[in-house]
Design a protein around this ligand. Sequence first.
Ligand SMILES: [Zn+2]
Length: 326
Amino acid sequence: MPVMPCQRDGKSGFKWGESGFCYLGPTAKAKAARQGAAIHASEMRKDQGLSKLEMLKQRAAIARQFQPKKKLRKKPPRQAEGRGLEAEYYKKILAVIAPYIEEVKTRLIPKLGGIIEQHRAETRLDAYGEVITAAIEDIKLGIAAKIPLSLIKPMVKGQSGAINTFDRAQFNRQIRTVMGIDPIDSDPWTISPTVDSWVEANAALIKNIPDESITRIGTKVRLGVEAGDSLKKMTATVNGELDISKNRAKLIARDQTNKLLGKLTEARQTSIGVTNYIWSTSQDERVRPLHAEREGRVYKWSDPPSDGHPGWPIQCRCRAIPVIEF
Ligand SMILES: [Zn+2]
């Protein structure tokens, strides 16, 4: 139902539909539209069957009457890449595991020469083994004291907030491009549990980086000594393991950022009643062939492909563009 011209007391004004009040003066059009919006809101409340998307469409139709020339697109733009978020998260994870790397460099690497000597001297059969065990246990205690979950979790929680802010802005931009208005509520109730479980899982993943690394280093040092490796080779082995930890941090940052973006996108779109999305890859050489085939195809939120919705498969940077028929 549109805002339409009307006559009252011999003057020209505007009213909402046939039954609306005829407003006069320079703000008449806006007042008529406001009344229209109020009438609609009450009708919507009566009609429980109306989805948020339908409500949005009605609001958008009202808004459009005031900006008929505003260009709207049929298809929303793809969400921007979250590269800055990945880099930021990687830096924060590195800062968290830095004390572990420091422990290995100051408490284990300087002892390697002595351990090798002891093994060569063979004064007592397992003396070198005891030194290794003691050094590893020492570092494990250091990890427990310097990298507790109580330190990791607030960092992860902060990062989830940054990722959520980013996804919300992308979602709002997509809705604005096709409808010309902002969504009513771009933080649906499903977001908190989604974020909370992501925070739990990520804190555990980060905690595991030093825990798993030090166990691997213990095994490798033992094997290296027994194989008669040189100090240079042993030092390189341990440093190599530390690099693996940093790579692990990078993989977690990239993979988990995209996973959360994917989950938030799903929560936001389904919360307003979007049922279908267009699969959108980042269209570069790193896209896996299976996902490249999906570029531009329409999928249902209720029926995910075998490996999951965009962002969910490991290291997937694909996005879901909402299908909004308007
Ligand atoms: Zn993908």
